[in-house]
Design a protein around this ligand. Structure first.
Ligand code: PHE
Length: 430
């Protein structure tokens, strides 16, 4: 299934909340957000330590809207982008190095510590995401409660940083999206967001319109970034749609014989600037996913590897190792894979229930199997006119990155999944 993006505006049927919450509230945890900084309502104070994440009970609650699993909660303190010898940290630093030397004498400010728990206003409204947009559904986004989510993109920080006075900045952070399970999708990944604001004198002095200035600066800056990362490489601009930019583009590169999307960007909608009392200015913005780029640049075959503690992975990465395009850089060499274990499950979907969705199934499997689930794939679907019911068959691939799984262990996991499929997603096993 395609990751929910900000490109389309389709309304998606949302799922009901499924997780067991009974035992949750009141569980205390250590300060997961240690060291994260965020501004509160009083925008100017960006360096307040963020308190909300201190207790599990504030994230995993009984709120009817809450759909954060313990598996996801556990990821909130990992901050992979802050680890200097981790591929995500290495790539972040390389991108920051590029932005440290662009922009004449007006340097970019880097924000790496903004907390991922944000208001729905910041995540959606502040960047003009329509009320019926697919990304707002609880099938796609992790809600803490009606008004609070785990950010699903770093664009959630655009307006607050503009209001706080930042004019050129780069935000790096973990973002959360409910999604399918395979080698390139993980419900937590990392994004970098760039914003650059121009003053009237910037376009007047060059005798061009504000739009032309922002547009051309956007393109040349990002083409430079791609060359900084990939060396000389073929690229192309594709027209796109995002609610917060107009015009909007995606930048693609021709890599290993195919066109790959690298980032989304555009000229910021004027109303966002107006909301920050910057109505006389123009800006560009972009957002990129670090995992996707790191997988290409370092030759990392599975997105779960970013989360492994296996030294055979971590020993292969060191700050400063990066070379543009990978030339002269030792890329990741895969260690032997442990054998997969396949399990199929077939079931009838309940006629009058909206509980079952593929994302919700994946969420449930993740909750049971954690990193041991490699892929969840719909392999058969049919409708029986006689029963007026739809049947689905899913194949689960269980595999550990670190060891061989035993039959009993996998059977136990599968049993739990089957059980919860019935009790929480209201399906009938076949
Ligand atoms: N927020 C967008 C996404 O996550 C990316 C983006 C950022 C696009 C800024 C345009 C401008 O898909």
């Amino acid at each position: 299934m395609e990751r929910a993006s900000f490109r389309t505006g389709i309304i998606h049927s949302s799922t009901k909340n499924i997780a067991h919450r009974a035992a949750r509230s009141g569980i205390q945890a250590s300060a997961v957000a240690h060291g994260r900084r965020i501004n509160r309502e009083g925008m100017p104070n960006l360096f307040h330590f963020y308190q909300i994440l201190t207790f599990t009970s504030e994230i995993l609650t009984d709120d009817p809207k809450n759909n954060v699993s313990e598996y996801i909660y556990d990821k909130l303190d990992k901050n992979l982008h802050l680890l200097s010898d981790h591929p995500l940290g290495i790539l972040k630093t390389v991108i920051q190095e590029y932005f440290a030397r662009t922009g004449d004498n007006k340097p970019f400010t880097f924000y790496d510590n903004l907390a991922p728990v944000v208001s729905t206003y910041a995540n959606f409204d502040s960047v003009l995401v329509p009320v019926d947009h697919i990304s707002r559904s609880s099938n796609d986004t992790y809600y803490v409660n009606e008004n609070t989510v785990l950010r699903c993109h770093t664009s959630a920080h655009q307006l607050e940083l503009l209001k706080a006075g930042s004019r050129r900045f780069l935000v790096t952070g973990d973002v959360y999206r409910r999604d399918s399970i395979d080698a390139t999708h993980f419900p937590v990944f990392h994004q970098m967001e760039g914003v650059c604001v121009f003053e009237p004198e910037d376009w007047k002095s060059r005798g061009i319109s504000s739009l032309d200035l922002a547009n051309s600066e956007l393109k040349s800056t990002l083409e430079g970034l791609v060359r900084h990362l990939f060396g000389e490489i073929e690229m192309r601009w594709i027209d796109a749609y995002f609610p917060f930019t107009d015009p909007s583009y995606e930048l693609e590169i021709f890599f290993n014989g195919e066109w790959l999307e690298v980032l989304g960007c555009g000229v910021m909608q004027s109303s966002i600037l107006e909301a920050a009392s910057l109505g006389d200015k123009r800006a560009w913005a972009f957002g990129l996913g670090l995992e996707r780029l790191a997988m290409i640049l370092f030759n990392i075959p599975d997105i779960r590897l970013f989360w492994t503690n296996d030294s055979r992975f971590s020993n292969q990465f060191k700050a400063g190792m990066f070379r543009a395009g990978g030339l002269g850089m030792r890329k990741f060499s895969s260690y032997s894979k442990f054998p997969p274990c396949y399990k199929d499950v077939s079931f009838w979907l309940a006629k009058d229930s909206t509980r079952f969705t593929e994302n919700t199934l994946c969420e449930l499997v993740r909750d049971v199997a954690g990193n041991l689930i490699e892929e969840v794939k719909l392999i058969d679907e049919f409708y029986s006119p006689k029963l007026d019911q739809t049947s689905n068959c899913f194949r689960f691939t269980y595999r550990s990155m670190e060891r061989s799984l035993t039959d009993e262990e996998v059977n136990r996991l599968q049993e739990q999944v089957r059980h919860r499929l019935v009790s929480e997603l209201e399906v009938t096993l076949r």
